[in-house]
Design a protein around this ligand. Structure first.
Ligand code: G4P
Length: 546
């Protein structure tokens, strides 16, 4: 007997929803040096995605000095693994999204977080919340992303854990709910108590690169039993007992709902470098981090909620990376899937251009290797090689009618004029700048009058990356010069009002990459001044693509 197609469709929808439900897509945020790279590596190790530490990429200062940083970015294999890493562990599919650590790339980070369902906030136990942690946290809050806290470097002298929790409460307005409690720190770090199970997990000192040692993770010991005395001296046991009681009385018990709503953060402790507390963190992510949710969208212009289990395959591009393979001038668009069961070879349509794309060679990123993705579900990220068809913010779906919002461009904080040294290459420069703007590296403004290009960025480092890429990928030597402009604002309003404003400010008008009008102000004061004089014109700091 054949199965009626409606029953078949319903069964397969359940399958799609179940697959999506086992996805955990998350990012790690931290201040530079708190241990994000080390934790990433050890999470991959814990998840069985890599075998030995040291595979992810170079660490520490080396990575951050400018030239090395760019060299690393140019080593394409490394860029691939640094963007998203997928691993299948304990029945769940984890997708770890990498976010750039440097604040000059905050826009990139914001966009990456639009693709994450949860974030791990790594704190250095000696330093607590640092400026960049706070900035990134605010981005998470804007996006309502639930946050798991990992207090790292417990093998070094740490601040009092109670003070660290207070800081989370006061600086982030987030209720910290410790799931573990450390016994000492630095040379006296003995391990941690699983507050729920009342089991003690001893810290076994391992040698350098110990994460890969054969002895594996030390077992846990009943906290109230006799064996504990082999691990903790009497005074250490007393202290941990007192602290555990204190913390039970002082902090709110962990409430998953409150965590999912962004009011509470479960707190884990450990040492990423010593691979301590990392298995617990991964298990915690599996249990508490949410699977993909429904995403608000416009379907053929009407508000709609796209559910992960919906049959139609859909997703949005949150990042575009060029030239990952130096032998090909390809770009990879990173598509976060929002619904359906994606299969290789499927045709997807770009909502705003209506262009259709056969996704024949999608890439999934299994730790350090690129692999062809045969199948993917909501929560997964696939890389789509293309020649400039896809841009950040594009919505893709089978019908081509779905549009996801929430990937804005932000007004740049630095505006510079860019010129090419060889004037014969001016045309070439235009193409290159457009390419980089489409990738979201920098923003491009073409003034209505004059032939120069104005490039906008959030931080100085973006210009350096840009100059480096123009030289290496496009063989263009460019000069950046100070521009007379301090701010850029997208303008909107009635046609007549806009024309009136543009007519009177032609000298300061420009068009962005989508040909939308932008007012370039010489000072912040001027922005305020024109806004006051032209109340019918809106001057926006951010823009969503139409
Ligand atoms: P980041 O990506 O957040 O910038 O930090 P990264 O992992 O690169 O770590 C920064 C430094 O902190 C590294 O030291 C790293 O080894 C160290 N580190 C990370 N986690 C721990 C930990 O749990 N305990 C201790 N003691 N150190 C930790 P480095 O000297 O800059 O680099 P390296 O020479 O060790 O590679």
């Amino acid at each position: 007997m054949s199965i009626p197609s409606s029953v078949e469709a319903a069964t397969s929808r359940r399958g799609i929803a179940a697959e999506a439900a086992r996805r955990r897509t998350f990012a790690i945020i931290s201040h530079p040096d708190a241990g994000k790279t080390t934790l990433t590596e050890n999470l991959l190790l814990a998840g069985g995605a890599i075998r030995a530490a040291g595979q992810v990429r170079a660490r520490g200062e080396n990575r951050r000095t400018r030239s090395d940083w760019m060299k690393i970015e140019r080593e394409r294999g490394i860029s691939v693994s640094a963007s998203v890493m997928t691993f299948d562990h304990a029945g769940l599919m984890f997708n770890l999204l990498d976010t750039p650590g440097h604040e000059d790339f905050s826009e990139d980070t914001y966009r990456t977080l639009t693709a994450a369902d949860a974030a791990v906030m790594v704190l250095d136990a000696a330093k607590g919340i640092e400026p960049q942690t706070l900035k990134l946290f605010e981005v998470c809050r804007l996006r309502d992303i639930p946050i798991v806290t990992f207090i790292n470097k417990m093998d070094r002298e740490a601040q009092d854990p109670f003070a660290l929790l207070d800081e989370i409460g006061s600086k982030l307005a987030l209720d910290p709910a410790p799931l573990y409690w450390p016994a000492g720190s630095g040379g006296r770090f003995k391990g941690m108590l699983d507050l729920g199970r009342q089991m003690f997990i001893p810290f076994a000192k391992k040698g350098a690169g110990g994460a890969g040692n054969e002895d594996g993770h030390p077992k846990s010991i009943a906290f109230r039993g006799n064996a504990i005395t082999s691990y903790l001296a009497a005074d250490e046991l007393d202290e941990l007992t007192d602290n555990a009681e204190l913390v039970a009385g002082a902090s709110k018990p962990f409430d998953v709902q409150s965590f999912l709503e962004g009011h509470m953060t479960p707190v884990f402790f450990g040492s990423a470098l010593r691979h301590f507390g990392v298995d617990e963190l991964l298990a915690g992510l599996g249990v508490y981090a949410p699977p993909p949710k429904g995403v608000a969208a416009l379907k053929a212009g009407e508000a709609a909620l796209v559910e992960p289990g919906d049959a139609e395959v859909s997703g949005f591009v949150f990042k575009v990376q060029a030239n990952m393979d130096p032998n090909h001038r390809d770009r990879i668009a990173f598509l976060r899937l929002t619904s359906g069961e994606f299969e290789r070879g499927m045709k997807l349509k770009v909502q705003n251009t209506g262009r259709q794309l056969s996704v024949n060679a999608p890439i999934m990123f299994f730790a350090s290797d690129r692999e062809l993705a045969e199948q993917a579900f909501a929560g997964d990220v696939i890389g789509i090689p293309n020649h400039g068809i896809l841009r950040v913010g594009d919505s893709l779906s089978q019908s081509g009618t779905l549009r996801f919002a929430g990937l804005p461009n932000f007004a740049p904080e630095i505006l510079q004029r860019v010129r090419v040294k060889d004037p014969l290459k001016a045309k070439h420069l235009k193409k290159a700048l457009e390419g980089l703007a489409e990738e979201g590296v920098t923003q491009l403004f073409r003034p209505t009058l004059g032939a120069d290009f104005i490039v906008g960025a959030v931080g100085q480092l973006q210009f350096e990356v840009m100059a480096d890429r123009l030289a290496n990928e496009y063989q263009l030597e460019v000069i950046f010069e100070a521009s007379p402009y301090a701010e850029a604002r997208w303008i909107a309003g009635d046609k007549a009002d806009l024309e009136d404003f543009q007519g009177k400010h032609r000298m300061q008008m420009a068009a962005d990459i989508d040909n939308q009008p932008v007012f370039l102000a010489k000072t912040a004061w001027e922005t305020g001044y024109v806004a006051e004089r032209y109340p019918k014109v809106a001057f926006a700091r951010s823009k969503e693509r139409a």
